[in-house]
Structure formats: structure tokens, C-alpha cells
Ligand binder design. Structure first.
Ligand code: MG
Length: 426
């Protein structure tokens, strides 16, 4: 049986930033432009982004850093600790540029977005894709690949092909089957490790074979999502664009420590810092929190030491985004769960029940207090945006944060700071 595409009108593009974290580092450091570059995960653990040059040397994705240290040394590979503040900022710029093309956009991850192009004429689609690529490069400096097809799943396939394409743009509409024959089952969007195994066990090892599987077999052997993937490979759009940016229901900030922490003082510093970050995040989205959870734990893998993990949730009397109030509650909570004599590995906070209004309406003083605190918080956020992150903080966050993540190779670039503007010598 062969399947023909019966939804010609749908066109969707997947825009994916090439080696995104590496590209962000290169923006501020042009001398590494054609050099092998690698970015490491939290605490400098594993390789999470590689430049093409680094891929050619044989550095694999996800590999622990200590395993590639030799290769790195021998080939003069540039190493960077991850700088998520920088990547988040550049990501926002990329997405904003994309929105200049269409409102119908689904931000899928930090470096990927789907854009609806159904309104673009058949003959103009490819050029339109090239224009998207050109504008993002011009406005943000980030190189991208653009894959276009009739369904989200097929646009992902097109994007894989575009990555190897000179123009960086692929409109997959003809000879789709040829492409699907060369497309491994485990690379299909939505086909995870388990499903991959099941398919391969049944002789389905390419996207083409999956596309031509019988409906009854898919229904019997997988779930709804599995069936949708098959339909999408046939060009029938089943997975809609999620264009509505749903506001978050909770906001979590946690980190593993670079070095184990034992004292309450150090835990207080870390909880305070996380709390300030989370509060700033929800203020950015005009949200307030009605509850806060604090948690701490030791390493579950440390066989030589006793394990301890605990958390506490506190309901706030008034829904708030005020850093000072939130930190106060967080420290109160921490004191209740802290136990002396343990080597803590991780601490975190969760702000939840966001935007749930409280008895505020019945508290006459609340609006006045809230107004005052909002002005103060706005002033802090503005100062930090202007003079660099954490220009204004609170004393409890500490100054020499010895507990902080290992970031030996950080470029320390801060897009909110004037100090990092490129300098031109005349
Ligand atoms: Mg990418």
C-alpha cells in the first residue's frame, strides 16, 4: 500500500540553531570561529554542545569530560562551562526574530521552534525559509537550519537533511520516501529509546518502514502518540502547533554543589540565591507565588556517608513576588529541615500556586504594602539588567559562594553588562 499526501495546504517549518551553545560562545569570542569548541554540562560533567570541528575530531555528544580530556589536549579544543544566562538571553533574541515572520510559532526548546508557513505560496516556501535563516543570522549572529514539510514530524526529518545541506534549508515535498528510507527509526521525532527497541525487534528500522506499517499493528503495539507519528510520516498533520504560551504553574531553581556543603550558613546562601533567581523569574512573567517549597539532600550515591533528604512546603498568607519576603520564608523553612552532620549535595526551592490570589482582597493594608514592594523590586530588576546580574543582591546570598557549581571554563559573558560589549581599537 502506498500513502499519498492529502494535506497539501499545511506547511510547517522547524528552525533549529546549529550547535547552539557553541554558537553563543562564538558570538562574543570570534577568534574561536573555525576552531574546535565544546560546551560542558553543569559542574563541567559532560559534553553537551560541539562545533563541527569538534565533531570531526571524534568527540561524542554526552560523553563525560574526563574521557575526552586527552583528545581535547591533543587537538587544542576550546572548552567552555555552560553559561545558561547567556544562552537563555540569545534564545529570546532568536525567538523574537522568528516572531517577526509569523505569530503562529511554537517555541519547542531553547534552540528550536516550529513556525506555521501554510500561508506561503508553494513556490515561495524555500526562499522564505532562506529569508528566515538570513534574518536570524543578521539580527542575532546565530546560524540555523530550517526544515519545512507538511507535518511537524516531517519538518523534523527535513531539518536533519538541512543540517547537511549547503544552504541550510530543506523543503521536503517530493521524493519524501527516498529520504525516509535513509532515516533511522531512532532519529524520528517522538520515537524514544523504548519504542525504537520495539520497532527494531519487529524489523522496522527506518522511517520508511514505519510509514508503511499497518494501522492495526500500530494501534495494537503502541499508544496514541505512536499512531500519530505514523500518520504524520504519511503527511497527515495530527500534532498541532502549540502556539499558546501557557504561563508556568510553578518555578523551580535548584543546583548541585560544586563541593559538598555541611554548614547551615552555606545552605542559607545557596537557598537565598535560588530564591532571588526564582523571584526575579516570576516577576518577569508578572506572576506571584502563594506557596514555597524548600528541599535539601545529600548524595544518594555516596555509600560511605549517611543519606538525608527532606523538604518543606509553606503556604504564604499573601500571594507575592517580593524577594525579601520569599527569602525570609525560605530560610525559616530551611532551618526546620536542616540537620547538622550531613554532607549536602543539592538544595533547591520551588515557587508554586503561581497567580493564585489569596485573602489579599480582604487585607486592607496589603495593596499599599504590595505597591511599595513592587516599586522596590522593579528598581532592583532594572539595576541588575543595567549593571549586570546580581549588581544588587541581599547580604544573605553571600559574597564568596564556595558552594557554587564548578564552572572552571566559563566565558563569564553577561549580556546585561556593558563590560562585555566588543571593543574596537582605532
Ligand atoms: Mg540545535
Amino acid at each position: 500500500m502506498s500513502y499519498t499526501n492529502n494535506s497539501k495546504k499545511n506547511k510547517v517549518a522547524l528552525i533549529d540553531c546549529n550547535s547552539f551553545y557553541v554558537s553563543c560562545e562564538r558570538l562574543f569570542n570570534p577568534k574561536i570561529n573555525d576552531k574546535p569548541v565544546v560546551v560542558l554540562s553543569n559542574n563541567d560533567g559532560c559534553v553537551i554542545s560541539r562545533s563541527t570541528e569538534a565533531k570531526k575530531i571524534g568527540i561524542k555528544m554526552g560523553e563525560p569530560y574526563f574521557k575526552v580530556k586527552e583528545l581535547v589536549k591533543r587537538n587544542n579544543v576550546y572548552i567552555f562551562s555552560s553559561n545558561y544566562a547567556l544562552y537563555g538571553d540569545i534564545s529570546r533574541r532568536v525567538m523574537k526574530t522568528l516572531k517577526s515572520f509569523s505569530d503562529k510559532i511554537e517555541i519547542y526548546s531553547i534552540d528550536e521552534a516550529f513556525v506555521d508557513l501554510s500561508h506561503i505560496g508553494e513556490n515561495e516556501v524555500e526562499n522564505y525559509g532562506k529569508e528566515i535563516r538570513k534574518r536570524i543570522l543578521k539580527w542575532t549572529g546565530i546560524p540555523t537550519s530550517v526544515g519545512i514539510s507538511n507535518t511537524k514530524t516531517l519538518s523534523k526529518v527535513a531539518n536533519h537533511i538541512a543540517k547537511k545541506n549547503k544552504t541550510g534549508v530543506t523543503y521536503l515535498k517530493e521524493n519524501i520516501d527516498e529520504s525516509l528510507k535513509n532515516f533511522h527509526i531512532s532519529d524520528i521525532w517522538g520515537v524514544g529509546k523504548q519504542l525504537s527497541k520495539l520497532y527494531i525487534k519487529n524489523g522496522i528500522d527506518t522511517a520508511y518502514k514505519l510509514k508503511n506499517i499497518s494501522n492495526s499493528w500500530v494501534k495494537k503495539s503502541t499508544n496514541v502518540l505512536g499512531a500519530k507519528t505514523v500518520m504524520e510520516l504519511r503527511g497527515v498533520s495530527c500534532i498541532n502547533l502549540e502556539t499558546q504560551e501557557t504561563k508556568r504553574k510553578s518555578c523551580c531553581v535548584s543546583r548541585s554543589f560544586g563541593k559538598k556543603v555541611t554548614s547551615l550558613e552555606k545552605l542559607k546562601e545557596s537557598i537565598t540565591t535560588h530564591c532571588l533567581n526564582a523571584a526575579e523569574k516570576i516577576r518577569n512573567d508578572n506572576q506571584t507565588a502563594r506557596a514555597i517549597t524548600i528541599y535539601i539532600r545529600t548524595s544518594p550515591f555516596d555509600k560511605n556517608r549517611k543519606y538525608y533528604s527532606n523538604s518543606i512546603s509553606i503556604d504564604l498568607p499573601i500571594s507575592t513576588s517580593n524577594s525579601l519576603e520569599l527569602v525570609k520564608k525560605a530560610i525559616d523553612g530551611l532551618k526546620k529541615i536542616y540537620k547538622c552532620g550531613y554532607f549536602y549535595q543539592k538544595a533547591g526551592i520551588v515557587l508554586s500556586k503561581l497567580n493564585e490570589n489569596s485573602e489579599k482582597e480582604f487585607n486592607l493594608l496589603a495593596p499599599i504594602m504590595e505597591n511599595k514592594s513592587q516599586t522596590l523590586m522593579k528598581a532592583i530588576d532594572f539595576t541588575n539588567a543595567k549593571y549586570g546580574r546580581n549588581a544588587i543582591s541581599i547580604a544573605q546570598a553571600g559574597i564568596n559562594n564556595t558552594w557554587k557549581m564548578r564552572k572552571k571554563y566559563s566565558s563569564k559573558i553577561d549580556t546585561a553588562s556593558f563590560d562585555f560589549l566588543p571593543k574596537i581599537q582605532i
